[in-house]
Structure formats: C-alpha cells, structure tokens
Write a protein that binds this ligand. Sequence first.
Ligand code: PHE
Length: 358
Amino acid sequence: MSESPTSESLITELDELGVAFSAEIAALASEPDIRAAQARYLGKKGRVSEALKALGKLDPAARKAVGEVGNRVKSGIEAAVSARLVALADAVRQADLARVVDVTLPGRGARLGTLHPMTQARREMELIFAELGYEVATGPQVESDFHNFEALNIPKDHPSRDMQDTFYLSPLWSGAATETLLRTHTSPVQARTMLRQPPPVKIIAPGAVYRRDDDPTHSPQFMQIEGLLVDRVGKVSMADLKGTLLHFVRRYLGDDLQIRLRPSFFPFTEPSAEVDMSCVFCRGAGAGCRLCKGTGFMEIGGSGMVDPEVFRAVGYDPEEVCGFAFGMGIDRMAMLKYRIDDIKTLYEGDVRVLRQFP
Ligand code: PHE
C-alpha cells in the first residue's frame, strides 16, 4: 500500500486481488486448500481485508464507489470458492461412477468363529454323561457359605475355607468379610439340587470354580464337572461309581485306559477316593514316562459315596437313600486330550490356538 491511496489505485488493487484469487484456486484440488486460500484473502488479516483498511483514508465521496468494488470482489471470491467446491465434488462423483467393478470377483466371506476348546470339551463330557441318563444342573458362581461349605459337611476350621484358598466377597462400602464367596468347587450344586427335588437324583454340574492358585497347571478360575447320583439304599454302590468313571474316561480319552480309586478324604463323601486314570502319554506303561513320573497314572479328580451328613443337611433320610459323587477338572481333561501343557493357553483367547480347534 502506498502512503495515500487514491480511489483509482485502490480499485485497481482490489480488482487485481480478485483476478489473483481466481488464478490461485484454479490450481487447488482439495477443500481444505481452497478454504485456506479463501481465508488468505477474506480472513480478518486477509489481503482483501487489509486493502480495504485504506478505505477510511479516502474522502467520503470516493468511499462509496470503492466500497462497492470491494463488495463485488468479495462476493466474486465467495462465488469462486463455491463453484470450485461444487466442481470438485462433481469430479469425485464422476470418478466413482466411472470405476469399473468386476462383479465376477469372488466375495470376501466373513470368517466364522468356532467353539472354544473348553466349550468343546465340556459339551463332549456332557454328552457322554447324557448317554448314561444324567441331566445337566447348574448353580451360581457367587455362592453362599452354606451351599459351598456348610451343607457339604465342611467344618468351620477346614483349610479349604481359609482366606488363602477362597475368594470371599465383601461389600464395596464396608470391606467387611461376608458369608458370600466365589465357589471353590461345583459340589454346592449337589446341595442345591437335592434341596430342590426329592430323590432319585442323577445330575452332572459343569462350571467355573475359583481358588487362589496360579501356576502352569493351576489357574485362579478353572472348570469342574460334578456328578451326583442318589437312589434308594442298596441300589447304588462304589462299584457303580467306578464303572461310571471308567466308562467316562474310556469314552473320552480311549478304550485302553484304566482307572484306579485311591483312598482319600473329603468331608462330603464317605468313603472317599481320588480318581486316577492311566497316563494318556505312556498309556499306563509308566517306566521312564516324565509326565506321570513313572507311575503310569495321573490324578483327575475326587469321588466317594455321599456322606450321611450331606443327606441330613438337605433333608434326605440317610436310612432311605444312598449315592455317589465325583468331581473332575474339565481344564485338566481337555489339556490331556489336546496335549496342552500350560493351562493359561486355555484362557488367553489367542486365535492361533483357537484356530486349531475348528
Ligand atoms: N469337590 C471336590 C474338589 O473340588 C471334588 C469332589 C467332588 C470329591 C465330589 C468328592 C466328591 O476337590
């Protein structure tokens, strides 16, 4: 700007700005660029706005004429902007329409998921017991002390009640210990089922259980499958228990396998037995087998004849009924079947693992 603009020089300058703007945006091909150019001319500190500041120095008679030119240039710039944007959108649409689509290309199918190996294992086990006439029963994972311990004849000072083993739940607002916990086994479903119905009972209860345990073969959450059969006294024996478990193991992991009941103790069964089956790696040979440490057997669960105290707790008459119960780890059985050596593999959800179980 010269020191004292004349109305002629200002009009010329404004007209030149209009021409310069047209030239500038002709070369721009994106909306942000065009908007930026618009701001460079019409923005508060834009070239046109700057030029128009000289208006105040003109005498009033000249102002009107120059002002009109200013307005014309401004609206010219605005019109050029919208025309350019419309042209741009149109070009995009034309390009889209002109695109050739090969409708004969094969489609990209959505990949279907598969059932998790743990789900597959649970369902297969349920099926084997269903064939024997067992029904599937369930219970809550957040349990009461009564169902998880008391009804199962687990005394107050039993180690499985210890804070070391059990996840007790306490209300957020108080932090005080409660009688509510994450169930430590599926055995409370035994109590719940018997409380709900009269004998006979023939159920399996699969589901998640929780213990403060964490290493390659123990996860704080794992899966058990519980079995309970109750009938009139004289109709159920330990031989039935053993036959049932043997049938299950053979049907699930192979006809050549054996089982072995080892004397043990559970507060809710009497007598009680640990359930061992032939090692799935050496098939019971033992000698030199790393996995069963040469014994030929591996432990898969606990079992026994239902303790009379349990019947009393649920209102069954132990003089009238008797039964057996067992509990096995679904994770453990699945790991043995699929040859998985770290239980975390089953809980990480790594698709490279999951894909191996179509
Ligand atoms: N509930 C026992 C456990 O978690 C297993 C078991 C079930 C034992 C039924 C005997 C009868 O270890």
